[in-house]
Design a protein around this ligand. Structure first.
Ligand code: DAH
Length: 348
């Protein structure tokens, strides 16, 4: 009985001064484990004289219960303390983003759209080329079958830098520039900035176009239609259709205006709730570009390079990159593209 009492005191003070959950576990094995004095005592009770069995058993059990309870309580306390210490120590979480967080900027909507368009045409076998924004009148107009004093020049309000140098009004001058340095066949698209004296909700003095030019043997209007159908579907959805209407451009003959079936109403002109679709104005079609078969007069400026209207034929097209972005992303006013208002830019 005295041994048990001493054991209890020893164990209690050891448990009280243990400083880690691991140490407590060792103490549990030492005082309550299979080989511990307490367990041995309880097992050996049968060998004691009969009158001692009761009191010794009772005391030994009481010691066991007391020690178990104390161990449980201390383990809880120590574990809580260890967690607190760990949290305090790990207060700097190296997995958190740096401070201040670095701004994760993204491409401007126009750049994003331009690249998307380039990718589609690259996939169709076209090369991407770029040209000067400050351009000779010669390329901007003359080689596109718009000679000096031709009334067609009035169609485009032009910024003149000198009598024969302009800010290009379209990307079409790259047609001649490209054919001057590359014989047929040629398959190119030309993205870039263009400039016109114009400003309202759908016109800005600077905007973006993507020109296309394909010249080879036996190119027909059907090839143009096929390419533009592929483009329309890649850009606006697999169900799109294209429609060619006759139009006029000095550098193509015949010339066509190209519409795609409206992706907002599915081409019906009406929305699901029965109201008229304002995007296509109820027509079911949206105009996206001008194009046509390259006019033989244009080849006349590059005949040296083997462009002979008797031997080759080709198509050209030009479309507004910003306009495609406005349609696709529902931007109501072209000017928003260039105001650099973060509230606008961050939406895309
Ligand atoms: N350059 C024309 C414009 O800016 C667009 C255009 C129309 C380009 C027909 C073409 C074309 O290549 O064939 O309005």
């Amino acid at each position: 009985m005295a041994d048990l009492q001493a054991l209890r005191e020893e164990a209690e003070s050891a448990i009280a001064s243990a400083s880690s959950a691991g140490e407590l576990e060792e103490l549990r094995v030492r005082y309550l484990g299979r080989k511990s004095l307490l367990t041995q005592t309880l097992r050996g009770i049968g060998e004691l004289p009969a009158e001692e069995r009761g009191p010794v058993g009772k005391t030994a059990n009481a010691v066991r219960v007391a020690l178990e309870e104390l161990l449980g309580r201390r383990t809880e306390e120590l574990e809580a303390g260890e967690l607190d210490a760990k949290l305090a120590q790990d207060r700097i979480d190296v997995t958190l983003p740096g401070h201040p967080p670095s701004p994760a900027g993204h491409l401007h909507l126009v750049t994003h759209t331009r690249r998307e368009m380039e990718d589609i045409f690259i996939g169709l076998g076209f090369n991407v080329v770029e040209g000067p924004e400050v351009e000779f009148d010669h390329y901007n107009f003359t080689t596109l079958n718009i000679p000096p004093n031709h009334p067609a020049r009035a169609l485009q309000d032009t910024f003149y830098l000198s009598p024969d140098v302009v800010l290009r009004t379209h990307t079409s001058p790259m047609q001649t520039r490209s054919m001057e340095i590359q014989p047929p066949p040629i398959y190119i698209v030309v993205p870039g900035r263009v400039y016109r004296r114009d400003s309202d909700a759908s016109h800005t003095p600077m905007f973006h176009q993507l020109e296309g030019l394909a010249v080879d043997e036996d190119i027909t209007l059907a090839d143009l239609r096929g390419i533009l159908l592929e483009f329309a579907r890649a850009m606006f959805g697999a169900e799109r259709e294209v429609r060619l209407r006759s139009g006029y451009f000095p550098f193509t003959e015949p010339s066509v205006e190209v519409d795609i079936s409206c992706f907002n109403c599915g081409g019906s002109g009406y929305l699901r709730d029965g109201s008229r679709d304002s995007l296509c104005k109820g027509s079911g079609w949206i105009e996206i570009l001008g194009s046509g078969m390259v006019d033989p007069n244009v080849y006349g400026f590059v005949s040296d390079m083997g462009y002979d209207a008797e031997r080759v034929s080709g198509f050209a097209f030009g479309m507004g990159i910003d306009r495609i972005a406005m349609l696709k992303y529902g931007v109501p006013d072209l000017r928003m593209m260039f105001e650099n208002d973060m509230r606008f830019l961050e939406q895309f």
